[in-house]
Design a protein. Sequence first.
Length: 427
Amino acid sequence: MNGEKPRQIAIRILRRRGESGEYVEKLLENELAGHSLSPPDRALCQELVYGIVRWQATLDWLIARKTGDRRQNDALRFLLHLGLYQLFWLQRIPNHAAVHETVELGKELGFGHQAGFLNAVLRGYTREREATTLLLENLKQTDPALGYSHPAWLVERWQARWGAAQTAQLLQWNNTPPSVYARLNLLKADFATLSADWQQEGVDFVERQWDWTGSNLVFELKSHPPLPQSPSFQRGFFYVQDPGTLLAVNELDPQPGENILDLCAAPGGKTTYIAQRMHNRGRIAARDSQPERLKLVRENCTRLGITCVEFSDSDPTPGFDRILLDAPCSNTGVLRRRVDLRWRIKPGEIERLRQTQQALLEQAAPQLKPGGTLVYSTCSLEPEENESVTQDFLGRHGNFKLERQRQLLPFADGVDGAYVARLRKSD
């Protein structure tokens, strides 16, 4: 297996995704762990897998144009996806190489009898590449769901809220590989220490800031070696985290010595930033609806040198000074990071999740001290999970007041989507 090429690995991941129903990110991580690919080959494998999953609706449309809507065997369809993605989305790969590699891979996988079919479809598109490229661009205007490869119901609800232009910006954002951001862990390092280490490790970075982050805290990593293997990562000098996720902790405004509840803590990005803001002094009770996921929080705390986080389900204290509820949600604000989520979420999920969010707020409310702060946050763009949940909660709890709320939008703020509401419990 270690002698396999990126395209072979990509096809196997795509087939396993279809058979197992597992998230493609996890499948890719597990596959690459078993191969000693060069960095360029790893990057190509990831690009092929993620790109094909993102663009699968548009790729299916291209296939249907040449096959009269006849349904293909899944493995054969993935091979066509592979060839077409290279032709129309990977400009650095020559046409002849994209076609030849795909046809040869088909033969290796037992589709020798279909080699002529694969070759005909792909070569047909190489002859029509310019016209088809123009057609794909026009499709973004005439049928955005197909043109940008998103579920039609999701595109329609976004267009109703923001209009065609801003929805198109969001769809384009979701199809763009996400930037990698690192948050400096001030409990273990300062900017001078981290930047010196990164320079030695070959990390190309630039400092970024937003009104909720301040300076010298968040860095965009333009290029880097595998991060888990880098000494600066292993020593806990930074945590990989999108800047949008820091807004909720900024609104929580944790202080050293306080008693804080993080009700949905895994995997630990917000928990560890809370600890950093508290200078690792005080107490953070980390909870999660899936307790086994707290293992991730423990691991991150250990690496980052955090000792103020507790994981016991029992809580003898009378109440918390502050509570963060980063609730389970549809994740529509992070679709560019959750590559195949757009194909999994269904309209009914939003209402189901809304009920979960309301139940979690009911669970949190009595655990907060009078005068305390409750921050409710999601990474959803949907008002049913955000403002509506907040207003429903306030309607049931007259002893809570909304101090402020904010929605981050990728096309406006340049970060993953997020919603944050800061609520105060009366004395």
